[in-house]
Design a protein around this ligand. Sequence first.
Ligand code: DX5
Ligand code: ZN
Length: 222
Amino acid sequence: MKGPVRIAPSILSADFATLASELQSIERGGADWVHVDVMDGRFVPNITIGPLIVQAVRRSTSLPLDVHLMIVEPERYVAEFVRAGASTLGIHVETCPHLHRSLAQIREAGARASVVLNPSTPAAAIEPVLGDVDQVLVMTVNPGFGGQKFIQSMLEKITTLRRWIDERGLDVTLEVDGGIGPETIGAAARAGADVFVAGTAVFGARDRGAAIAELRRAAEAR
Ligand code: DX5
Ligand code: ZN
């Protein structure tokens, strides 16, 4: 069953020089989770933040932290990111030869386990572990940068995953990330997503509360 609509602003598009007040602006503005993009310059071309910044984010907000690892060999850092404050920790299927074990490691460390799929990775790649995760994240852009265009053909993958989750009666959130804005969020919601990451659409707006409310309205509209 689809859960309540959750909006998770991605701090990738925030002003890092004033991160604490950026976080306050989205918390006051009604955000549900904070999405934190960790990039290593290996799995993706960009380099962003590490556990130290996750710790600082943890101290600056009471919202749950949805940490998205875009790094090679993520199993080496699972415990550290959970200790730093991740409530949900996401690892890419493309980076994990022992995906089942790596996901179990996240739960053992005390966080919700999220499995992430690149646009070119089929839903079937995670079908065997669907019963072992708390979240599936469908990338709707190729990971690495904010501000890219939503890939429409991902809607079919979202629909498939929603069907599998519901048929099996699983308690799994279905998240989308990349190019989510007022024009694209409705289609993703209708396809079955219930958690929505938005970087540019939230932090690019002067009024974060209004931007979050607009996204929520569009996601809840039938
Ligand atoms: C992309 C990141 C996203 C990114 C989304 O690699 O995983 O979380 O911040 O940014 P927008 O919403 O601008 O596409
Ligand atoms: Zn992300």
